[in-house]
Each structure stands twice: as C-alpha cells, then as structure tokens.
Write a protein that binds this ligand. Structure first.
Ligand SMILES: [Zn+2]
Ligand SMILES: [Zn+2]
Length: 344
C-alpha cells in the first residue's frame, strides 16, 4: 500500500509499505475510509517534533472500518465504522482513570499514531489499545461529519470543558484556524452571553462571519480595546488562546478581566514568558496543555443529535495519491483552505 512517510526534516514521501498486522492482543487494524492533514503533521515535517521517528507513516486524523481485531479487543468488531483517537492510552493507569489520558504513563501512551508509530495517511492503520482508541460512529453520522472527532474537535471540546464557561460570560477565542473553529463550536454549546473571535487572516475572519453570524469578530489590533469596551467587567471572563504566537499569548492575558480563566490550547514554537510584575493583582487562572481526547463518544453523540457540525471546515478533498499537492495547499494556506479530506 502507499503510505505518506516522514523521511527527514522537510521531507515526506509516498512510499510502498506492507499492510499493517496485529502485533498485540489489544490492537485493531482499521481500513481508513477518510483522513485529514493536521497542523501537527506540518510540525513533524518541519522537524519541530523531536520524538517523531523517521520512516513512520504520518497522519493521526482519520475514520475507517475495523478490519481485524486482536484477541483482547472487546469494544469493536470487524465491520464497525470508527473514529480513531489521536492519543494512545491504556485506560488503566492513574491518569487514564482520572480522564487525563494525554498523560497516560504507559510507555506507548500519548501521541503515538503518525508520530512514533505508523499513522493513517495510508489505506490501513494499526491502532494499539483499540478498546480506548476507537469509537463507533453512529449509523446516521457520515465519515465527513466524524472526521475530526479524534483530534482537532476533541481538542476544542476539551478546551471548552476545562474553561468552566457560564451563561453570563464573555468568551474571547484567539485564532480561527481549524482548532479555533472547533473550539468555537464547543464553546457555543455552553451558551455564553457573548463570544468574540480574534483572527488576523481576513479569509478566516470572513469564514467565521459567514458561518457563525452570531459571533463577534475582531483583528488582533482591535482586540484589546474591543474586548475591554464590549464586556461587562473590563475584559473577557474566559479567554481561549488557540493561535500560538508570542503576540497572541500576550493578548490572551491582556484581554482577560481580573480573576478570569485563560486556557492555552495553542502549541508554541518558542517558550512564552508570564510577565508576573505586570500581571500582579490580576489573579488569573491559567489552564494549559494538550488535548485529553477521552470524550469522543459524547462528541459523536452531539454530532448525531445535530448539535455539532464541523463539515464546513472541509474546504478541499483529495485522493491519497495526490496528498503531496494537498500538503502544498494546506502548508501555504492557499485557496482559503481550512481542512482537507483525504480519501485513500
Ligand atoms: Zn493533530
Ligand atoms: Zn494510561
């Protein structure tokens, strides 16, 4: 089969590889029916994920059909349509039992698929700990509707969950890329008093205005003044930073009102500084870190009930054989691209 492979820094290539086999009782082999490209794939390509192993098949956002299962797998059977979780987790350690699956202490836990082990930009993928890593897709939910459940939508869901949003809140979301939009959709489920989205890219701002007219939009230059004058207490009650630059990190705490919650979803290329003397007395609560993708069943149920819809994010569709062109478009943000669906 053809599999998009991490060769070395700056280089992915479609290589011929054997189909994956079950290597552990807890494994499943999934035939990928739809995949996508994530910004984290680009981080691997750019050499900024040190744990990424050259030679692995990349890709960690996918849905498919279970082809084979190991003897110990209980929750899925061959023929089941499933979403694949970006995180590999044992379900059994202290962190897994508390829902912090991102911190699973299993040596093979964490972001493994498409990073340390072969991922899903290929026709087949081996999923370890399949009981945890696969969720059945309800019959009425399409592959496109379920495509982002295991990664980018799980991230948005987790971010909204830990931000403890109330219906009185003014919520500021910084960044309207794919993760920002998924975060926005999950914040909308909390029905806060108002939502302001800050984004520098005019195409993405337009995307938000077009699809979510109930949301207010600002540019980074306008953001601080706008949020201060449009919120009840001189700043946002909750800020979610999903953009990931030095300036957006500053904007996040500056736009927060005293005693606000600032949730940092973004992954930064550089360390960020908390200027504590300037922030003294603001008494902010920061929440940080990577997605805990343990709510996929609930997310699928929300999609089934029509409460969540990420299909507008799919702006482009490519065949796996043309994935290099898909990467060129995604990487250079050409042609208004948000997310690309890849069909093996
Ligand atoms: Zn990802
Ligand atoms: Zn664990």
């Amino acid at each position: 089969m053809k599999a998009l492979t991490y060769i070395e820094r700056g280089k992915f290539a479609l290589l011929d590889k054997p189909q994956p086999e079950i290597t552990d009782d807890g494994d499943a082999i999934v035939r990928v029916t739809l995949g996508s490209i994530c910004t984290s794939d680009l981080h691997i390509k750019h050499g900024s994920v040190p744990r990424a192993v050259p030679g692995i098949t990349v890709g960690h956002e996918m849905v498919g059909i279970v082809e084979k299962v190991g003897a110990a797998v209980k929750t899925v059977r061959p023929g089941d349509r499933v979403t694949v979780n970006v995180e590999t987790f044992c379900g059994d350690c202290f962190f897994c039992k508390h829902g912090f699956v991102n911190n699973c202490t299993d040596p093979n836990g964490g972001w493994a698929l498409g990073c340390r082990i072969d991922g899903g930009q290929a026709p087949y993928v081996r999923v370890p700990y399949a009981d945890q890593g696969l969720d059945k897709i309800p019959d009425s939910v399409t592959d496109e509707q379920a495509l982002f459940v295991g990664d980018v939508l799980a991230t948005g869901f987790w971010a909204a969950k830990i931000s403890q949003i109330t219906t009185d809140d003014t919520v500021l979301i910084i960044g309207a890329g794919p993760t920002g939009i998924c975060t926005l959709l999950c914040v909308m489920l909390k029905a806060p008093k108002q939502i302001i989205v800050c984004e520098k890219d005019p195409v993405r701002l337009q995307f938000v205005r077009e699809h979510y007219p109930q949301v207010q939009t600002v540019t980074p230059e306008e953001c601080l003044d706008y949020v201060a004058s449009h919120s009840d207490h001189g700043g946002a009650d909750v800020v979610l930073e999903v953009a990931g630059s030095d300036s957006t990190f500053c904007l996040a705490w500056q736009c927060a009102r005293p005693n606000a919650t600032v949730t940092v979803v973004a992954l930064y290329d550089e360390p960020q500084t908390l200027p504590l003397p300037q922030m003294y007395g603001k008494n902010l609560t920061f929440k940080t870190g990577g997605v805990d993708g343990c709510d996929c069943g609930e997310i699928l149920s929300l999609i089934e009930r029509g409460k969540l819809d990420t299909t507008p994010l799919i702006t482009h569709r490519f065949k796996l054989e043309d994935i290099e062109e898909a990467y060129r478009i995604f990487e250079n943000k050409l042609d208004g691209v948000m997310k690309i669906a890849i069909e093996p």
